[in-house]
Every structure is written in structure tokens, then in C-alpha cells.
Design a protein around this ligand. Sequence first.
Ligand code: FAD
Length: 497
Amino acid sequence: MAEMSCDVVVVGAGNAALSAALAARDGGARVIVLERAPEGESGGNSRFTAGAIRTVYNGVEDLKKLIPDLTAEEIARTDYGTYTREQFYDDMARVTQYRANPDMVELLVERSLDTLIWLRGKGVRFLPAYGRQAFKVGDKTRFWGGLTVEASGGGPGLVTALHAAGERNGIAILYGTRALSLLLDERQVRGVHARQGSRSFDIAAKSVVLASGGFEANSEWRTRYLGPGWDLAKVRGTRFNTGDGIRMALEAGAMPYGHWSGCHAVAWDRNAPEFGDLAVGDGFQKHSYPFGIMVNARGERFVDEGADFRNYTYAKYGRVVLEQPAQFCWQIFDGKVLHLLRDEYRIRQVTKARADTIEELAAKLEGVDGAAFLRTMSAYNRAVRQDIPFDPTIKDGRHTDGLSVPKSNWANLIDQPPFEAYQVSCGITFTFGGLRIDTEARVIDTEGEPIPGLFAAGELVGGLFYFNYPGGTGLMSGAVFGRIAGTSAAKAAQVYV
Ligand SMILES: Cc1cc2nc3c(=O)[nH]c(=O)nc-3n(C[C@H](O)[C@H](O)[C@H](O)COP(=O)(O)OP(=O)(O)OC[C@H]3O[C@@H](n4cnc5c(N)ncnc54)[C@H](O)[C@@H]3O)c2cc1C
């Protein structure tokens, strides 16, 4: 006999889970949310984010639907640009090397703005991402890279707003409660078996939404699926996403789907802790490499730092750093661009070297062949096309000539003191492989049929991201597919017998 019952159980308490819970509640369901983490660490990776969220908008009128308090003066001095549905489709296709599931991409793109408007109606507040996605050009602030909106208060603000909305809507969140397995009656899902402390118990439900994240915090699965070396990556976010929801669904016959050997991984401070630290949030990341160069232990460059806007390269460059000798590199900048470095370069917990000459800097780069580094610097500086103007708000084409590893945009001479260097390793954000869902977020089994009563959303769903990822899409996909999963789960609960 189950100790508790409801219409819909949601596993997880991040952005996808709460979007599902709120949508299920809209559909009239009684909802219980299970959160493995204690309350102080709740909210999964969603809490660790800056809250940047990628949505279609066709101009400032669309932004005003999300941010009605934009002032006339603010609008006059800002070029917000647009991010059209065509651009979002193009970005998803291009960065995933045309592998992303088209039905899923269509839902993501077409429902993006509408879903954010719905979340605003639930009490989530949004702002223009002035700090990280805009530069001053003349007397205007100009947005770049298609990522213009962020949740007020970043990830912590988003999760606080979602949990508060849950509470207002009568959704119970059980903290410190880990879902262990699905309750099954033949193929029909009837609830979950869970553990709270030393006590385990059943919760009967008419449908279950799995939204418990990927397997990035599970070093054994990382090594098994992503490959050798991934056990050495640092985890950027929560320690609780160990693949439980994926395992539970696979045990119930679900089909594995998507890029199981792929993940989102970035340049992350070499001395950051094993898992994310909520006091630092995403501050260990170091995303301003397009304005400098990166060198490995051999003192060599190994990747085109200016291949594209950082929004379209950062998620795949963590893997490239992991592949370097001793899994680290140094990012090098000169005095000309220090004002362009993102806020995360100014945190206290940073691995940094500073010098007045390149020679002095070379001696300070721990673990690097200094003589080779100086040769790399001279070759790089000789190759910069100084005749092309530098502009950080566009792909300016200011490139290098004749290097075996080119730099395609934003190539400046590195010649003006002070010189600064930041040591980074690889930080994994989330895994790309997971479960297969259909357009109603029903979990599909290995026969290609929906598993009755089982729905999924967020990081644990496969099929959207391959090789790479456009910044701000994780939160957007969690919200879009969470909302769909919750709506479908509530509908399924009504027809349950
Ligand atoms: C440092 C960092 C910065 C990021 N910045 C951004 C950004 O600015 N914009 C963006 O779009 N994306 C960003 N991302 C990615 C983004 O965090 C994820 O794509 C998104 O938050 C995933 O949401 P989710 O709800 O699927 O998972 P999560 O938010 O991770 O939620 C999973 C939940 O499941 C719970 N859980 C796990 N196992 C169980 C279990 N067995 N039982 C019960 N509960 C369980 C976890 O505790 C957690 O509450 C960032 C990620 C990190 C780590």
C-alpha cells in the first residue's frame, strides 16, 4: 500500500521539473515534486546558471512582453537587435551538425517566447542581459549573439521564483527525497519508489514526469559513455545529477536516444572544486577567450579562439581543453582587452598570473614550456591582420594569416602591458544523451511506443544537442518541454483508470 498518492509525481526540482509541475497544476492535477537535494542545495543545475535564456524575439515589442518595465530612455540608448525563428533554427542546425531532432527543435523554437510569457505569468521576472551579452559601441549599447534575456536574480532568482510559484499553487516539494525506481503495473507507470533518509516508501501517481537531470555528476557513467579522461573533468553544477531518472526509465524499457558520448563542457578554473559551489555559481567559468589566446603545457595554441561568438564555441571547447596534456591551458590577454573580460575574471577564487612583460609572464605560467610559449607569442603577433578593424559586437573578420592554428575573428596584438593569464581545466555542464520523447513529452520505449504514464523533460532528454550547443538553450528547452510534459501528464491522469 503506497504511503502517499497524487495525480502527477515530478522527479527533480530544477527549471524543467517546476515548469512541468506548474503546467500539470494548470491542468488540474494534484502534484508532488521530489527533490533529492536538501532544500539549501535544491534546484539542480538551474540554480547554478546565470539565468541566460535563448528565445525568439522580433524586436523590442516582443521583449516588452517579457520585460514590460523597459523605459523609453533605456530603449533609446540600446540596440537590442532581433533573434528570429529562422536564426534560432539555423543556430540549432549548425551547431549540432544537422543532427538535432527537427520535431523537438520546432517545439523549442516556436514555443520559446510564449513559454517565457507563461513563466512570467507564474511570477518569474526577466531582464535584458546587459552585463554579459552587450557591448558599448559609440553611444549605444549593442546586444550580440542572439542571447538577450536573463532571469532576474540569475539561476538562484529563477529557482526561488519557480519554487515560490509552486508553493502558491499548492504543489508539495519533498526535499531530501530521492526517487529510486518507477512503480510499474505491466507497462503502466503507477508512481515511484523513493527514499528520504533511511526510510523508503511508495508514492502512487497516475503519471510521472522525470526531470532529474543528466549523468554529469556520475564519474563512472561519464567514463563509460563520454570516454576515458572524463572522470577527470570537474562538475560545474549540482552533485545530485547522477543519471537516476535515465536509469529508472531504461529499466522500465525506455529507448536511449541522442548523443550519449557528447556533453556540454567549458573552460573552468583549474583549481575549482570537484562539484559546483553555490557561493560562486558560474564564476569559475572563463568565457572571454575570443579576445585573447589559449596555450597548453607545450606553450602552443591548439584551437581557433575566434571561430565564432563565444555563445557558439564555449560549450565544445571544454572537451578540447580536456584533451590537452595534463588537461589544462592558460588564457592570455593584454592590457587592451582587459576591460572586455567578463565579470567571472574578477572573482576572488581565480587562478591567475599578471606581469608587465611577456617574458615575465612566461616565467609565471605554471606547467608551461616558457621558451615555446614565447615563440608562439611572436608567431601569433606577426600573423595578426592589423588592417582590419576590431569590433567585439560582430564577427569582425580580424584574423591571423599563415598560422597552422588560425584565429578567425577578434585577433589583436598581445603587446600592451599589463599581461594577464588565467589557468583553466575542463568543467562539464551536462550530458547530451538521454531518453527519447515524442512531441507530447511521452517517454518512448525500445519498441517505439510511449510508456503509459511516463513523461520527461530537461537535461535527461536526448535528441536536441549533438557536439555543441547554443548558449541559453538549456533553460529554454527545460521550460518548453517541462511545460509540455506537465500538460500531457495532467491530461493522462484524467483518463487513468
Ligand atoms: C554553472 C552552470 C551555468 C549554466 N548557465 C546556463 C545559462 O545561463 N543558461 C542556460 O540555459 N543554461 C545554463 N546552464 C545549463 C542549465 O543549468 C541546464 O540546462 C538546466 O538547468 C537543466 O535543467 P533541468 O531542470 O533539466 O535540470 P536541473 O536543474 O539540474 O534539475 C535536476 C533536478 O533533479 C534532482 N534529482 C536528481 N536525481 C534525483 C532523484 N533520484 N530524485 C529526485 N530528484 C533528483 C536534482 O537535485 C535537481 O533538482 C548552466 C549550467 C551550469 C552547471
